[in-house]
Design a protein around this ligand. Structure first.
Ligand SMILES: Cc1cc2nc3c(=O)[nH]c(=O)nc-3n(C[C@H](O)[C@H](O)[C@H](O)COP(=O)(O)OP(=O)(O)OC[C@H]3O[C@@H](n4cnc5c(N)ncnc54)[C@H](O)[C@@H]3O)c2cc1C
Length: 299
């Protein structure tokens, strides 16, 4: 066994050669050399120090619901928090949640307590860390509306930082500029409301997702960011690409800003289709579409 693997296993459960396709909702990707599941902050700190010392790259994964992996193997470590960092605590109108929690679980727990603010998130198959990193949102709401502060590991220190310092904007945060910062927990403020009203809003959102999104196929949600005051799906529809296929990747006939893995798509199938869409939309409308899904482990 190599020395780093031996050391990592002193600190956390560590797997070798796990397919990234099993760690992403798109079901695409080569194998990761190591996948590490720390249980505590101290273990995480030790792991990061060891990985850095070995000169190995690392990447935090939530539920992998916004990641497009290449087909290549990754010669680095994937660090996952969703196995052990998934506690949450409610106190009055405040909820403090660890980064590995499912945001869907949290939104239902808030609903049960008559707390409003997370209804929009009840169909996002993601972790709390991932939605804070992305400033995920839907139905004109986003995570930054409810975040007070985040507990972050950066520069080998742990600290709470206020949301006001996180440069939150549409699907953007400061964390996208500092890829080695790790969100460990978040403190959010919610609002007491009539539980029946919250339940009705969540059911409505769920119905809307079921009727407009291809949830029966692997996907990464919306592939492209919406240009200002425009819908990316309308531009894709406008170039006649609803239902367009490339290899195993297909523009969803139900929602053209979703590209689904309809039949064992490779990363290249998916990316080539994205590039083709960007080119055609630019030719027809002079508008540059930018990817919302993040490319990982591409050369
Ligand atoms: C069916 C479906 C529906 C979706 N609907 C929506 C929607 O309505 N709105 C929306 O905004 N998005 C939506 N998405 C996209 C996706 O769920 C979000 O972008 C989400 O924020 C990704 O979270 P994740 O935990 O899966 O993160 P991942 O995809 O695993 O990671 C995304 C990025 O966050 C980083 N990251 C993850 N955790 C941490 C952490 N703890 N600390 C630091 N960095 C971290 C990763 O390194 C990576 O760079 C949808 C996706 C699917 C598949």
């Amino acid at each position: 066994m190599d020395q780093l693997l031996n050391d990592l296993r002193q600190f956390a459960e560590t797997e070798t050669d796990t397919p990234l396709s099993t760690m992403t909702t798109l079901r695409i990707g080569g194998k990761a050399k190591y996948t590490v599941y720390p249980e505590t902050e101290i273990a995480l700190d030790g792991i990061i120090r060891m990985i850095r010392k070995a000169g190995m790259p690392f990447k935090i994964f939530g539920k992998g619901s916004n990641i497009l992996c290449s087909d290549m193997d990754y010669d680095g470590a994937i660090i996952r928090l969703d196995r052990h960092f998934n506690d949450f605590y409610f106190k009055d109108e405040t909820v403090t949640a660890q980064a590995g929690c499912s945001i869907i679980t949290l939104s239902y727990e808030a609903m049960k307590k008559g707390l409003s603010g997370l209804e929009f998130a009840n169909g996002i198959p993601a972790t709390v860390g991932g939605v804070c990193y992305m400033n995920a949102g839907a139905y004109k709401c986003s995570m930054s509306d409810v975040i007070d502060s985040l507990f972050v590991y950066r520069d080998e220190k742990f600290e709470w930082i206020p949301s006001s310092e996180c440069e939150y904007a549409y699907r953007t945060s400061i964390f996208q500029k500092h890829l080695d910062w790790i969100i460990l927990a978040v403190r959010m403020h919610l609002e007491k409301k009539d539980p029946a009203e919250i339940t009705a809003r969540m059911n409505d959102r769920r119905q809307r997702r079921l009727s407009t999104q291809p949830l029966d196929y692997p996907s990464c949600g919306s592939v492209f960011r919406n240009p200002e005051n425009m819908n990316a799906w309308k531009l894709i529809d406008g170039i006649g690409y609803r239902g367009k296929r490339l290899g195993g990747a297909m523009v969803s006939p139900k929602h053209p800003n979703f590209i689904i893995n309809s039949d064992h798509a490779s990363g290249s199938d998916f990316l080539n289709l994205c590039n083709d869409i960007q080119r055609k939309v630019y030719e027809k409308y002079g508008i540059q579409l930018y990817m919302e899904v993040e490319k990982f482990n591409w050369q």
